[in-house]
Design a protein around this ligand. Sequence first.
Ligand code: IPM
Ligand code: MG
Length: 372
Amino acid sequence: MKLKIALLPGDGIGPEVTAQAVSCLQAVEETFGHEFIFASASVGAVAIAETGDPLPEDTLALCKRSDAVLFGAIGDPKFDNNPDSKVRPEQGLLKLRKELGLFSNIRPVKVFPTLIGNSPLRREIVEHTDFVIYRELTGGIYFGEKTLSPDGTSASDLCLYTEDEISRIAHLAFKAAKNRRKKLTLVDKANVLESSRLWRRVVTKIAESYPEVALNTLFVDNAAMQLILNPGQFDVILTENMFGDILSDEGSVIGGSIGLLPSASVGERYSMFEPIHGSYPQATGKNIANPLASILSAAMLLEHFGLREEADAVSKAVDRSLREGIVTPDLDPKSKYGTDDVGHFVATHIADGEDYRGLNKENIGLGKSTII
Ligand code: IPM
Ligand code: MG
């Protein structure tokens, strides 16, 4: 398959982790005989520094010419600490989502057996965690009208949803549930918010077309608690933009590291793949950032285009790196492996497939063969 992939590495550790995802995609290309054409463009704080715009026209145009976008990370503390700054890196990401029509953000959360000990929760609570969040991504309070009174003492953000916006993501979530454990949980705040009551009405109606899927509903405050008490009860979680933002960060710590969680944002025409983690400025340039979330995002990209065997090869190579302890210090503080060692290990094992016989850990990072 021939795919044009736009690379938007962005800020902080974005470029380092994206580089490793690219080398894994190149391993897939060679091993399975595909043609991936990569082209990079800037976004976020880096783009502001270059052009004054967090999403320059050229970047958007590149994304629109591509089959998929691989995104790194966005954000810079310089902007976070200044509520008055008119331009922010995050605006680049939000505009990209809107312009590309990426209304559905898919965030799988599962626990890797070898990492259960890293979770802040007890083993028996987390061990059966395997759910996916369908977060609406281009509507709600993120994109509603914003106001600030002239004297700066009152402000508002409108949370607006239409039936169509709810229904298009709801169908995707029900289809996903049908192929999984057939349970869909709608998370809302229908005891307080009119927009949530609309979500309930629309989703309950759509559920009639998916009789094999059991629909249940939870208020978001209760859902936040249930995720910690019993994450194993969830299969597919469907929710609006801001609730999904918050719950997916909460979900990401269940497995022990936010550095492992990928995501896909899809619309009718375009798709974008990005790690859930942020730009982690403290780690920038130190070769310690975990590249696995970015690599697994590349696996989601492959899956999106129907390249299932290829996606599996990437996931298996990632599992192997976890099993063998070829991980960055966030997963093992004593680890001597860097971002590039982990990426190199995974890329090498994509090519090796199941023919793995053993490995010489001493050689990793020395540029020598890792296989003995
Ligand atoms: C995310 C991020 C973004 C969001 C920020 C960077 C605007 O937190 O993708 O979850 O809030 O959607
Ligand atoms: Mg977030």
